[in-house]
Design a protein around this ligand. Structure first.
Ligand code: 2P0
Length: 334
């Protein structure tokens, strides 16, 4: 079956038999999430089913999305700028909206705003697809539970399934070929003393999309053979460390997981390297700070920017090593 039909079938399995707008306009927000144990590699490219589970934390940065009906064709506005119908993001969004049209000619108007400072260099596709899913749920009066909303958001972008919740979040990989058991669930503990800061080293467009980089890593890297066991071990270590409030154990597992993900990219064919010289300098500065007694660790995603993790009590010390870092609040569970 073609990809769009498989996604449509997956969506239909959680949607009512028919639907239409129940209000004129619906608005929803969803937080940005940062993976502590990463999603990297798919067992199903079309349904965004991951090879492993992953574990994230929500940031106090959001996407706000408004859904209305449009007259003829889909209209998408991102941060006050209308998207041209030949832009890749417009196409990706329209493909997602295709899953939810009550009739084939139904057109949507989507207005989405990220309150993420552009300087933070954070991807907003996860919070974007999650906010859109939540807004569609209100617009059509589906009243779906969070598990189903997470499953639908996953069909837009894998990591979006985690942005349906605040706090720490587990994306359970599931094993069903149709993805019915692959969705996120909220984690039962919180760590108020935990803090995160972003070191923005470049705001330039990525040389290669994370979607393509994860595909290359999974298909060609010898390191990737070790990845599934590594993610399980790191996730277990992170969860135990959260419950025990053991920050060094938490930081070690988070940092190791990010480095292992990058090791799988560096050993892919062709190699993928998102790091800049400044990225390596930042990693060395983190290791130097630790040698000098400051408990700070890092994580990185599919880009050159570095996210620092530390306890609130150490904020001043961390900022002396990284004066340009931007402290971002973490969003506790609701
Ligand atoms: C994560 N990333 O767990 C990992 C770490 C990037 C590095 O999820 O193809 O945009 O839409 O499912 O969700 C980025 O991948 O990929 C991502 P698709 P997505 O946050």
């Amino acid at each position: 079956m073609e990809g769009i039909n498989r996604r449509r079938e997956a969506a239909r399995s959680v949607l009512p038999s028919s639907w239409g707008p129940v209000i004129e306009e619906a608005i929803a927000t969803a937080p940005v999430n940062i993976a502590l144990a990463k999603y990297w590699g798919k067992r199903d490219d079309e349904l965004h089913l991951p090879v492993t589970g992953s574990f994230s934390v929500a940031l106090d940065l959001h996407t706000i999305t408004i859904v209305r009906q449009a007259l003829e064709i889909d209209e998408v506005t991102v941060n006050s700028t209308p998207l041209s119908s030949d832009s890749p993001f417009y196409t990706r969004l329209v493909e997602f909206l295709d899953l939810f049209r009550p009739t084939p000619s139904f057109a949507f108007s989507i207005v989405t705003t990220n309150n993420v400072p552009t300087a933070a260099g954070l991807a907003s596709s996860a919070s974007g697809f999650a906010a859109l899913t939540l807004a569609l749920n209100t617009f059509f009066g589906w009243n779906l539970d969070p598990k189903k909303l997470s499953l639908l958001a996953r069909l837009g972008s894998g990591s979006a399934c985690r942005s349906v919740y605040s706090g720490f979040v587990t994306w359970q990989k599931g094993s069903s070929p149709d993805g019915r058991d692959s969705y996120a669930i909220p984690f039962d503990d919180w760590w108020p003393e935990l803090s995160l800061a972003i070191l923005t080293l470049s705001e330039q467009e990525k040389p290669i999309s994370s979607r393509e980089a994860m595909r290359l890593s999974a298909k060609t890297s010898p390191v990737y053979l070790l990845w599934p066991a590594q993610v399980s071990n790191d996730t277990r270590a992170i969860i135990t460390a959260i419950h025990e409030r053991n920050f060094p154990a938490f930081g070690r597992a988070v940092e190791r997981n990010a480095l292992m993900m990058h090791a799988s990219m560096l050993t892919a064919t062709p190699a993928v390297c998102y790091w800049l010289e400044e990225t390596i300098t930042a990693m060395n500065t983190v290791w130097k700070a630790r040698k000098e007694g400051v408990e700070v660790y890092f994580t990185m995603d599919a880009g050159p920017n570095v996210k620092l993790l530390f306890l609130k009590q150490d904020t001043r010390k961390v900022l002396t090593y990284f004066p340009k870092a931007h402290v971002v609040g973490l969003l506790p569970p609701s």
